[in-house]
Design a protein. Structure first.
Length: 156
């Protein structure tokens, strides 16, 4: 017996929710001591506008969109706009040091020889030298090539 999900993508789930719950409140934002609400339909319109803007810039399937922001409605808008185009959304938080951000973005051109990923290896919280970083891909290639070279759990 195999499992078949009801929704093939997050974009499918998103659109179904927008259609089903349009006038309902989705996100609350506190402004000047008062809560304001964004409905599913309003959220859907914001996503459609940004998705169109991103598409006009040539963003599409297989591209990566990085976003540095705290949790907020605009963050969710950007994520679902990316998903709707088949692009990956790479969230990074304002509180993270910028040195963390550089290890979170996949670049298929810059890192073509390693599946699009630049790897960083740390020992005692400090990055190791470039020669050590070059050893990472072999492990990822051997263990998780079929999962875009990403371990979802530790291999050991």
């Amino acid at each position: 017996m195999s499992f078949e999900p009801k929704y093939a993508t997050l974009a499918d789930l998103f659109q179904t929710s927008i259609d089903a719950y349009g006038p309902r409140e989705l996100f609350g934002t506190k402004k000047n001591g008062r809560w304001t609400w964004t409905t599913y339909a309003e959220f859907g319109n914001l996503v459609a506008k940004l998705r169109g803007g991103l598409a006009s810039l040539g963003i599409g399937r297989g591209d990566n969109i990085a976003c540095v922001a705290n949790n907020r409605v605009e963050w969710a808008v950007a994520a679902y706009a990316a998903y709707g185009l088949g692009a990956a959304f790479v969230p990074m938080y304002e509180a993270q040091p910028d040195k963390d951000w550089e290890f979170m973005v996949k670049d298929s051109e810059k890192y073509a020889s390693t599946g699009g990923w630049g790897f960083g290896r740390f020992i005692d919280g400090k990055p190791v030298d470039a020669a050590q970083h070059k050893t990472c891909f072999a492990c990822h290639e051997a263990g998780v090539k079929g999962h875009d070279y990403v371990f979802t759990r530790l291999a050991y």
